[in-house]
Design a protein around this ligand. Structure first.
Ligand code: AP5
Ligand code: MG
Length: 243
């Protein structure tokens, strides 16, 4: 369902990279499981700018057992946050890649006021950078738990499924790659509770920070994926004065 819905959004919107100026930096904010990754992939298709998911980058480091991955693994398995200095350094390296020139979608970053301050400074130092626009997706707790415990991912193309809400056509198999789907190590109820705790204590102030700066919108994430995507797209367009 994810891929067919995704194409539907891109086609029905009639938008493409050529019809708008550079989208610039877009932040997707929200609790674990609200759909940041799912929606980031929709925006990538429309605006052709990269998704930068700090969770995905960290998991890749864990999978390759890099020095960062070795430090991060235990922290992620507990549901705590990886130290700002390590995450900022990882994002700094990613932002040097040329594919970020027209903009990028930050998914899961910044997650602390320290990270937000670092990002704000990094973008302010770049004369031609558009200001950040931030969209917070909201979903209630019980729905989040269902999304987290039912999530399955394709290890090859990173497509995101849900056994209850957004299942693949064939049980346990990616629609696109035919690969066996996997479950994230932190997608248990116990670790989810820790992640929610980290979100409420450390990330909620980041939401307040961007709300106070303006160029901030909230979108109801408790709707079908395509409807949420339409909401996120129109929020970004409104914040960029494209609407
Ligand atoms: P990360 O990977 O970022 O996890 P998270 O923030 O907990 O968010 P999730 O990836 O769980 O959810 P999502 O919002 O992307 O939802 P998704 O689209 O998958 O971080 C993992 C860990 O890494 C952290 O705990 C921390 O340790 C570390 N880390 C990462 N960034 C860090 C940072 N900046 N600083 C420090 N540490 C950091 O969707 C969820 C499910 O719902 C899927 O099954 C999907 O199919 C389904 N779904 C989505 N939308 C809908 C819909 N509209 N209707 C029905 N189902 C839907
Ligand atoms: Mg994610």
């Amino acid at each position: 369902m994810s891929s067919s819905v995704s194409s539907g959004v891109a086609k029905s919107s009639g938008r493409d990279a050529g019809t708008k100026s550079a989208p610039g930096p877009i932040l997707l904010l929200g609790a674990p499981g609200v759909g940041k990754g799912t929606q980031a992939k929709e925006l990538v298709k429309i605006w052709h700018i990269p998704q930068i998911s700090t969770g995905d980058l960290l998991r890749s480091n864990v999978a390759h057992s890099t020095k960062l991955g070795q430090v991060a693994k235990e922290i992620m398995d507990r549901g705590d946050l990886v130290p700002d200095s390590l995450v900022n350094e990882m994002v700094a390296a990613r932002l040097l890649e040329p594919d970020t020139a027209r903009g990028f979608i930050l998914d899961g970053f910044p997650r602390t006021l320290g990270q937000a301050g670092w990002l704000d400074g990094r973008l302010a130092a770049q004369a031609d950078a558009l200001p950040v626009v931030a969209v917070r997706i909201q979903v209630d707790y019980n729905q989040l738990l269902r999304r987290i415990t039912g999530r399955r991912n394709c290890p090859v193309c990173q497509a995101i499924y849900n056994i209850y809400l957004n299942p693949p056509k064939k049980d346990g198999i990616c629609d696109v790659e035919g690969a066996a789907l996997i479950q994230r190590a932190d997608d248990t109820e116990e670790v989810f509770k820790e992640r929610i705790h980290s979100y409420s204590t450390l990330t909620a102030p980041v939401v307040d920070h961007y709300r106070a700066l303006g160029r901030f919108a909230e979108v109801d994430g408790d709707r079908p994926i395509a409807a949420v995507a339409a909401g996120v797209i129109s929020a970004v367009e409104g914040l960029r004065n494209w609407a």
